[in-house]
Design a binder for this molecule. Structure first.
Ligand SMILES: [Zn+2]
Length: 509
């Protein structure tokens, strides 16, 4: 290729890379603009043309600054950005996600097992064709740079040009502002670079110590236990308890004293949803979370998890999947029922009057729904086995997802059966999901869209409660709950007095 043999001027090279960046990675960006503007109107055409010009020029200019200032290191930065862009665009095209702050947090918190679940030949093709090949060209190109004087001239001329185009479009700023979240989440490579920086700034702020709550007191000596089951990507729409057409709750629907509430999640991704379930109020701050608070005030607290993404838990009994699998025998141990292994025994062995068990499940985590339950739970067939959700028929996809709900039903039923056998305890089981899930409605899959844009499937969550008959606890009839109800209801059930307790957020009479 001539490009690799001959010298090329830095300005030409940056314009070329800017055009490639535009052509390769901005199909979703412009698809969004085309869908949300009237592209047959004069104004619509103006916005689109200005966006194309601004995108190519501004990106070329950014590449110019990087290459001029960083030289060879700049080449590596650009090459890397093409590879990451390729992956990002694959996920945007395949799952309809947006690379915003929440999504960046999700990616950073994803463990190897989950990441492996996303691997596909299509992803490999994206990375090689759109990422690796341009990266090699960038590294190998012989670029002729400019003098410092000319660098200043080019910089000021470009900035002036960008300002003029931007101001000529000032009547459209409102539209841009209104859609800034989506536009920012689809512009490469800025979606992840900006959001990654913001993520680390936030994380730094959040790593500051959790704000301790005022001390609590245990009011009585009655033996009580609450099992809080945190669901993963479970949406209420697919529970037959909530009126779904298929029987996804064959066991719970026959269990007496099971109640369901309509509820919504505070966010559409795991870390935020779980935080809301555990906190006494929903703010940007990190307050002492329920398990830490109760543990510090003399309650027996056990955390069992096959998932991730919770705020820091400071208790003695924290059991992850590896720890749980060690003592577990049978085929079910590879699935979420491992969370129930020796659970009854662990509760019975406690010397404390008050016990909180948190089971953090991962049962309906996509995209490989069909791998989240044992084969005998494949009630609805055929199922989708591909990680590229759009490749499956919608029926196959929903069947696989519904099987995870059926498996959840089985797990919750067994929690209740365990609690029934602990006769000296008054007991409760609370099941709340971290967020919902999209299954192809409006061409959206999985979750993680900003709450303001998300369809209800991503935030309408199940909130299912069971209490033992010796608890004599009646439930209030609340219309719609939020995840904040968990904290206060658990305090009420366990008989714990606290200055932060809010009776309005308690479901028990
Ligand atoms: Zn989640």
């Amino acid at each position: 290729m001539r490009l690799l043999k001959d010298n090329i001027k830095i300005v030409h090279f940056c314009l070329l890379i800017g055009c490639l960046n535009f052509l390769f990675f901005h199909y979703p960006f412009f698809k969004f603009i085309f869908n949300s503007l009237d592209y047959r109107s004069f104004n619509g055409i103006t916005i689109i043309i200005c966006f194309i010009i601004l995108m190519v020029i501004a990106n070329s200019f950014a590449f110019f600054l990087i290459l001029y200032l960083l030289r060879f290191a700049g080449k590596i930065v650009l090459a890397l950005s093409f590879v990451i862009n390729a992956m990002a665009v694959y996920f945007i095209n395949t799952y309809g996600v947006i690379i915003d702050g929440g999504m960046v947090g999700n990616v950073l918190n994803t463990n190897y097992d989950e990441a492996a679940g996303f691997f596909s030949v299509k992803l490999l093709l994206y990375v090689i064709v759109l990422g690796v090949i341009p990266a090699i060209i960038i590294i190998k190109a012989k670029i002729v740079t400019v003098t410092f004087k000319r660098f200043l001239g080019i910089t000021s001329a470009t900035l002036l040009f960008i300002l003029i185009v931007a101001f000529a479009n000032s009547q459209n700023w409102l539209w841009v502002d209104k859609n800034s979240k989506v536009l920012g989440g689809l512009a490469m490579p800025w979606s992840y670079t900006v959001n990654l920086s913001l993520h680390f700034i936030h994380q730094h702020q959040e790593n500051e110590k959790e704000i301790l709550l005022p001390d609590a007191t245990i009011k009585d000596h009655q033996k009580s236990v609450v099992v809080l089951v945190i669901g993963e990507s479970a949406r209420s729409e697919n529970f037959s308890l909530y009126g779904y057409g298929k029987n996804t709750n064959p066991l719970l629907s026959k269990t007496p004293d099971v109640y369901k509430f309509n509820a919504t999640s505070c966010a559409t991704y795991t870390t935020a949803g779980v935080k809301c379930i555990l906190e006494h109020k929903n703010t940007g701050e990190l307050y002492e979370i329920l398990p830490n608070y109760l543990y510090r005030n003399g309650v027996e607290v056990v955390w069992r998890t096959t998932n991730w993404g919770e705020p820091p838990v400071h208790i003695k009994n924290y059991l992850n999947k590896e720890a749980l699998m060690k003592d577990c025998k049978g085929d079910g141990c590879a699935y979420d029922e491992v969370l129930l292994n020796n659970l009854k025994e662990q509760i019975a062995a406690s010397t404390k009057d008050k016990v909180l068990i948190v089971l953090h499940t991962s049962t309906s985590h996509g995209p490989e729904y069909s791998k989240k339950y044992p084969p005998q739970f494949e009630t609805f067939k055929p199922v989708c086995n591909s990680v590229e959700l759009a490749k499956c028929s919608n029926t196959e996809l929903v069947n696989a997802y519904d099987n995870t709900i059926g498996y959840t039903d089985y797990i919750l039923y067994n929690v209740i059966e365990d609690l029934k056998q602990l006769k000296e305890y008054k007991s409760a089981m609370i099941f709340v999901s971290d967020h919902g899930e999209s299954l192809g409605e409006k061409n959206l899959y999985m979750h993680g869209l900003p709450l303001s844009l998300a369809p209800k499937q991503q935030y309408d969550i199940p909130f299912i409660v069971w209490t033992s008959d010796n608890s004599l606890k009646q439930l209030k009839t609340e219309n719609s709950l939020t995840q904040e109800y968990v904290f206060h209801s658990v305090l009420n059930f366990l008989g714990i007095q606290s200055p932060v307790y809010n009776e309005e957020l308690n479901i028990f009479k």
